[in-house]
Design a protein around this ligand. Sequence first.
Ligand code: ADP
Length: 268
Amino acid sequence: DASMHLRVRLARLGSRYVLLLAEDRTEAFRLDEVRRDFVANISHELKTPIAAVGLLAEALGHAADEPVQVRRFADRLTTEAERLARLTQEIIELSRLQAQDALREPELLDIDGIVAAGIDQNRVVADADRITIAVGKKSRAMVHGDERLLVMAVHNLVANAVHYSAPGSRVGVGARVSDGVIQITVTDQGVGIPEGDLDRIFERFFRVDQARSRNTGGTGLGLAIVKHVVQIHGGDIRVWSQPGHGSTFTIRLPEATHPAPAATGDTP
Ligand code: ADP
């Protein structure tokens, strides 16, 4: 962009004040670009399911006399509608998070409760695939945060771990704290992520191609949401992965400097 270059060049010749002004504008420009990209992405991502709903509705109209066909089209219509609902919900969630750079009303929360709640919602899907979710020792750590968002972050990581694993395998979830840093780790023995894609998986709508066969329900927004949630909590997220062997996602959060609740035994 020409106007941006001009501002940067002027800044180099000019005073410190001018430099700051140029950085401000660049940041505003960048945010605007992020927003425009997001809108373009959304339009693109919505096109396919909306077109599918239209085609299926039409097919349903033509199949009126054939009950088996009607059933089939109606089922697929339901699947597409569910996908659209999930997509819009996640888009709304992510756009809210993108507009937020800090927590509104942080509460003092216990990490073990958040981990348990994040796992809980994944049990049914895991059980259906005979995937065991193993939970480590309690951390007894506390965090200042938004409970709904933190549970959602853990949920998304565990959901992915289950989703990208083969039936019968194991997912491990643990939380520990050291030197004021809480680490929540989700490990799987699943398909893994190619090295070249590792830094792209947190981008909105990014999906690794080879995983798509098992990924019909995915939106590509789950990890972008996790990353934003972690960021507004002052933390970060990292990933290690070996294609064909599995992945480990680690969320790091600052521990709340507050006494943890009394110990009540270590087994979850
Ligand atoms: P999706 O809804 O597609 O799962 P995510 O944002 O949650 O979107 O993840 C982005 C992509 O990263 C996924 O499509 C998948 O290719 C890859 N991915 C995420 N988690 C894992 C995992 N535990 N194992 C292997 N691949 C994963």
